[in-house]
Design a protein around this ligand. Structure first.
Ligand code: ZN
Length: 478
């Protein structure tokens, strides 16, 4: 195994990020620029994310389906804003099977068009609504500047596409799924997020309005962690999807779509990682506990392994994900370091001296704390410890975000903070696209969202001084 050195986070955040991914063997660059190879350790995190989210989707009444990767180019043209937004990043297939295609095919950048073309046949009456479908798949968006997990040309995601009888039903769904994303981000990834609505310039191409959850990363930049769109009747009109109401009228269907991607692995790294590498929240760790037996002589080995076998049988019964690292060719010190780089939340050290005291030593990945624990009832102790780690990762992230959130009423402070430690700037905004654009040009900060939790408050637009009723969040973003 190659010794991977991790650049200090404070020294060069961007190199640190890349080093952490390499050290934990999460992903590799691919031969095609901007693409990414997700290695088993990275994919294991994605699988855990999928399981958790998929369960929540099904609990809220959704079913999975699968639609094709290729979409006739003409479909994209049908919704004006949609084509304008996506055309620049679409990959097009012009040749296949040795000849030029009659109609070029686009590789899906998102699936609204092909799905709404299909829904036309599936939806006839109000009895067919709501239609609640999700798909797990890959999409392709030709990006110029890419970074592993955060922005890649091809990425994995889920996309929900639902159809409803009324505007209100669709609104309820869009907010429900935003809530699901929030719960998922906070309870599983231990990343606190702010729910809110996007400004018109930042909404999804083709949406009536877009909601997002926004998180603050360790370098003070924001990350859009998930989006939920109310599409109103835009796609139903573009694809002529109507239904017969209870009173016998024909009406266009209302829609939502919502997506969350593999960039959440990037969010996980940038929220919890430290100079020793990634820290995986216990709920997303396949290996939650690594056991490192310590011994010199063969008879010690036998005694230690006996104890290990006994308490790991308890782990197995309790559903705790564990691994015993009994590799002979590596020292305990090497192993500690190795598992730290791989982000395993909890390590158990056990040697002959511990056996004499009927104990083991627990070492937490999140804060380095070491505590002895009795071998009796160790599965319960470990389970509680994992819960504590999960919670303290979240609490620490909340604390970091609060420390880097500012109420700013003086525009001259903007760049000062953004060029320094960065963070969320809660400021007044008049609602004009012009002010938004100028602030973006001058500071590279965008309005992340207009938070649902932002209370009415009289103020003046940070840029033009026009009266404003509430604060929005500005930040530089990934
Ligand atoms: Zn203004």
């Amino acid at each position: 195994m190659a010794e991977a050195k991790i650049t200090k986070r404070s020294e060069d955040y961007s190199r640190w990020y890349t080093d952490v991914i390499a050290a934990a063997e999460l992903a590799d660059y691919a031969p095609v620029k901007g693409c990414m190879i997700i290695r088993p350790n990275g994919y294991a995190i994605w699988e855990k994310m999928q399981q958790a989210l998929d369960g929540m989707f099904k609990e809220t009444g959704h079913q999975n389906a699968y639609f094709p990767l290729f979409i006739p180019e003409s479909f994209l043209q049908k919704e004006a804003e949609h084509v304008e937004g996506f055309a620049p990043e679409v990959a097009v297939v012009t040749h296949a099977g040795g000849s030029k295609l009659e109609e070029p095919l686009i590789i899906r950048p998102t699936s609204e068009t092909i799905i709404w073309n299909t829904y036309r046949n599936w939806i006839q009456s109000y009895r067919d609504l709501p239609l609640l479908i999700n798909q797990w798949c890959n999409v392709v968006r030709w990006e110029m500047r890419t970074r592993l997990f955060l922005r890649t040309t091809e990425f994995l995601w889920q996309e929900g596409h639902t159809a409803h009888a009324t505007y209100e039903d669709a609104e309820e769904e869009a907010l429900r799924m935003l809530g699901v994303y929030r719960r998922f981000a906070e309870e599983y990834i231990a990343v606190p997020v702010i729910e809110g609505i996007k400004t018109d310039s930042e909404k999804f191409a083709g949406a009536h309005h877009t909601y997002s959850i926004e998180a603050l990363m360790g370098d003070g930049k924001a990350l859009q962690a998930g989006t939920s769109h109310h599409l109103a009747q835009n796609f139903a009109k573009a694809f002529d999807v109507t239904f017969q109401t209870e009173t016998g009228r024909r009406e266009y269907v209302y829609a939502t779509s919502w997506g969350l991607t593999t960039r959440m692995i990037g969010a996980l790294i940038m929220t919890h990682g430290d100079d020793n590498g990634i820290v995986i929240p216990p709920k997303l760790a396949t290996i939650q506990v690594v056991v490192v037996p310590i011994f010199r002589k063969p008879e010690e080995r036998e005694r230690v392994m006996q104890a290990v076998d006994k308490f790991t049988a308890g782990f197995k019964a309790a559903g705790i994900g564990f691994k015993v690292d009994a590799r002979d060719q590596y020292s305990p010190g090497y192993k500690f370091n190795d598992w730290e780089k791989h982000g395993v939340p909890l390590r158990i050290e056990v040697g002959p001296k511990d056996l004499d005291k009927n104990q083991v030593v627990l070492a937490r990945r999140d804060n380095g704390q070491k505590t002895p624990a009795s071998q009796d009832g160790l599965d319960r102790t470990v389970r509680e410890m994992l819960e504590t780690i999960q919670k303290s990762l979240f609490d620490r992230a909340v604390e970091f975000r609060e420390k880097h959130s500012y109420r700013i009423d003086d525009y001259s402070k903007f760049n000062e903070i953004l060029d320094g430690e960065g963070g969320f700037l809660w400021s007044h905004w008049c609602g004009s696209g012009e002010c938004e654009e100028r602030i973006k040009d001058e500071t590279k900060a965008t309005i992340r969202n207009i938070p649902n939790e932002s209370k009415p408050e009289e103020g003046k637009c940070i840029k033009c001084g026009t009266p404003s009723r509430r604060r929005v969040i500005f930040a530089r973003a990934y």
